[in-house]
Design a protein around this ligand. Structure first.
Ligand code: SAM
Length: 273
């Protein structure tokens, strides 16, 4: 009768035999089968483990190295980022009241402020904008009085300011106690060439970095940071597709790994100066 140790030894031997057989079959195959065929076989094997397999993805109009639009799809229709921005401000429309400051124009003050707005101010960093009521740089804060605004609408601006911390400090200072800052900026986006050539484009944020930097100036309980987007929205936005190219439910689906637009609502507490 075979002892236990002998049985173990012989099954290990059999395994060794199988392995070396497999190895020699592989090296024979390597020698006789052309490398292109072997590569194809490997690709086929790999492609069985995920979907869609390699070569099955249909890029159709997306297979291009230049985008469909260089200007956020604005020549095609409404910008996808604008859909999210407007959704965010609409949700906080009640905050748009009293003395409101907006950047470069007052489109959201008039769109969402209704009869709650008593004064509409427009800030521009350089002179020459006929809509501007205030020419000032948010970084230095010169020319911006403290505790002046009930609401500041800061859409798509923070990414163009190198010294973000100083700008947030100015915004906090310019708010009246209880005033609200509604800010939006891109997470995933192309560069805005227009802005890059004028004041510069410096940053992309995540919800995490936005939270940290706003909480340096506003108390954490008064800061709420959110994001909008998913992979389809990100692809469409990067290609410069417009709102009219996609379905609303495709934009409304949220995937936290694809932060296309980041929004911040930050309130200055009643007791802060
Ligand atoms: C794309 S516009 C955003 C405003 C517009 N209302 C919107 O919703 O898109 C970017 C603005 O950032 C402003 N900007 C750039 N650097 C600035 C700074 N240091 N201080 C204040 N504004 C600045 C420019 O004046 C420009 O109007």
């Amino acid at each position: 009768m075979e002892s236990n140790s002998t049985a173990k030894f012989s099954s290990a031997g059999a395994r060794l035999g199988q392995t070396s057989l497999k190895q020699s079959a592989k090296s024979v195959a390597k020698r006789v089968i052309p490398s292109r065929v072997l590569q194809w076989v490997r690709t086929q094997q790999r492609s069985l483990s995920f979907w869609p397999p390699i070569g099955w993805v249909r890029f159709v109009s997306m297979r291009r190295v230049e985008p469909i639009s260089q200007i956020f799809g604005l020549e095609r229709g409404h910008g996808i980022d604008r859909y999210y921005i407007e959704k965010f401000i609409a949700r906080h429309a009640e905050d748009v009241r009293g003395a409101v400051l907006e950047i470069a124009d007052n489109r959201y003050t008039s769109q969402f402020g209704a009869d709650r707005v008593t004064q509409s101010h427009v800030l521009h960093v350089q002179p020459g904008n006929p809509r501007a009521t205030l020419v000032a740089d948010l970084t230095s804060g010169n020319n911006i009085s403290s505790a002046s605004f009930d609401c500041i609408i800061l859409t798509q601006t923070l990414q163009f300011i190198y010294d973000v911390r100083s700008a947030i400090l100015t915004l906090h200072r310019a708010l009246k106690p209880g005033g609200v800052l509604l800010a939006t900026f891109p997470g995933i986006s192309q560069i805005s060439r227009y802005d890059m050539e004028r004041w510069g484009e410096y940053w992309r944020f995540t919800t995490r970095s936005a939270c940290k930097i706003f909480e340096e100036h506003f108390s954490a309980v008064n800061v709420s940071v959110e994001a909008y987007g998913n992979v389809l929205a990100a692809n469409a936005f990067l290609q410069g597709l417009a709102l009219e190219d996609v379905r609303q439910k495709e934009l409304d689906y949220f995937d936290p790994n694809y932060e296309v637009l980041i929004t911040v609502r930050a309130r200055k507490s009643e007791t802060e100066a």
